[in-house]
Design a protein around this ligand. Structure first.
Ligand SMILES: NC(=O)c1ccc[n+]([C@@H]2O[C@H](COP(=O)([O-])OP(=O)(O)OC[C@H]3O[C@@H](n4cnc5c(N)ncnc54)[C@H](OP(=O)(O)O)[C@@H]3O)[C@@H](O)[C@H]2O)c1
Length: 399
């Protein structure tokens, strides 16, 4: 029986709150806090159990410290934005409360995400006897755990990993992002990067692509991108020779993105407008649909998984582990679309692992550093069933 403080009342925060509320045996009291308390109240109103709400600007640790001292949670789940990660970790250290998030820190004025800022908290969390679990969404998160599961049960040595994220859903809008538009567009417009033969290689943004026939979804064009789980997996999966990340995009999405880039709307450099400083990307976020508003009419499925190749008992083998999630089913269950759902459910499972002592150690960790089995068992039980396919030679190859 534990008290949990959830920070961030967006698309993901809604799913986390619904799912925690479904498991009263673990999450006995829930407080949802966010910059706009009305959004917390709107989520709380969808749920039969009592959810406490609070107004919180988590950019300043003293605000979060005050709320933690009042509510006294056993764990903080941070599903606000990556900009708040360090301030919330500081508040957790100051109050002696464990921490969990789904996206690594980014400085607001530089579109760059790296674990170095959060890994630098390792000794402080270790000395305080506290645990911080990083990147416990789907990707990063479940994709890392798929790799750890493959390493434990299918391979003596993993040589290559291709993480493939496909959203074949349709929300009916001309252009929208499935999670926070600002963070999403910063990520997609970066240069591509992958790890091969012990070094990072870069590519022009979205310049490398190929078609892949996703189970239950069909053939889609997927684009090579840099994604944050590559950084920790390169360190934690031994013997890795290459790891890449791919995401699918439709032509309509890419055309809109190209136009927005060409006219300067994706820039994070402030411009003067009528005597005020405006960041074009922040302004764009303000006019785009909120991710939490997309769910109602969303149809179609996501398929996110890992194609993994390596050696077992001196023989080469290749397996494909993936989950398929249906947008409309997510809406029925928790009033969300599948991208929020596939992020929020793993965050709740990570929280269960910590609160039940199944994953427990002082310090700052990525999810693949723990035993994947109890997490994988809960993943199927809590709405994200997964499939392991042992591939035949030539079947569903990633070039
Ligand atoms: N690992 C994965 O698989 C994965 C996938 C998708 C998303 N994510 C991560 O999940 C997080 C949430 O995404 P989302 O789609 O839910 O985004 P979202 O819908 O934009 O929600 C973000 C929420 O955080 C709140 N917030 C922003 N700044 C805050 C602050 N200073 N203090 C308190 N609350 C603040 C926002 O408040 P307002 O409503 O007032 O703006 C909003 O309610 C992001 O970090 C995203 O990168 C991870």
């Amino acid at each position: 029986m534990s008290k949990v403080l959830i920070i961030g009342a967006g698309g993901v925060g809604g799913v986390v709150t619904h799912k925690c509320a479904q498991i009263p045996g673990v999450f006995s009291q829930i407080c949802l806090a966010s910059r706009t308390e009305a959004k917390c109240k709107a989520i709380a109103a969808q749920i039969k159990r009592r959810i406490q709400t609070a107004s919180l600007d988590a950019d300043r640790p003293e605000n979060t410290i005050r709320l933690i001292r009042k509510f006294k949670p056993d764990l903080v789940i941070n599903v606000a934005l990556p900009y708040q990660d360090l301030a919330i970790m500081d508040a957790c250290l100051a109050t002696g409360v464990p921490y969990l998030d789904t996206a690594n820190y980014e400085p607001p004025n530089k579109a760059k995400f790296e674990y170095k800022w959060q890994w630098a908290y390792r000794s402080r969390f270790r000395k305080a006897g506290l645990m911080a679990l990083l990147g416990c969404g789907f990707d990063p998160g479940v994709t890392n755990i798929f790799c750890a599961y493959a390493q434990k049960h299918y391979f003596d040595e993993i040589h290559t990993v291709d993480i493939m994220d496909c959203n074949a859903g349709s929300h009916g809008k001309a252009f929208a992002t499935n999670f926070n538009p600002e963070i999403n567009i910063r990520e997609i417009t970066q240069r591509g990067k992958f790890w091969e033969n012990s070094r990072w290689k870069e590519t022009d943004p979205l310049s490398v692509h190929q078609a892949f026939d996703f189970p239950e979804v069909g053939p889609k064009e997927m684009y090579l991108m840099y994604h944050e789980e590559l950084e920790s997996l390169v360190k934690n999966i031994k013997g890795l020779r290459r790891i890449r990340f791919w995401m699918t995009f439709g032509q309509q999405y890419l055309t809109h993105l190209r136009v927005l880039e060409n006219v300067g709307m994706t820039s994070i450099k402030p411009v003067m407008y009528e005597g005020k400083e405006v960041v074009p990307l922040k302004f764009l976020k303000a006019v785009l649909p909120e991710p939490s508003s997309l769910g109602k009419n969303y149809t179609g499925k996501t398929n996110i998984g890992c194609m993994i190749e390596g050696i077992q008992n001196r023989r080469r083998r290749r397996i494909y582990i993936y989950n398929v999630c249906d947008h409309a089913d997510c809406w029925k269950e928790v009033k969300a679309q599948a991208i929020s759902y596939t992020t929020g459910v793993p965050a709740v499972i990570g929280a269960m692992m910590m609160l039940q002592g199944k994953w427990q150690a002082p310090g700052v960790f990525n999810v693949e550093e723990f035993d994947p089995d109890p997490f994988m068992a809960e993943l199927s039980r809590l709405g994200l069933p997964w499939v392991v396919k042992v591939m035949r030679p030539g079947q569903l190859m990633v070039k």
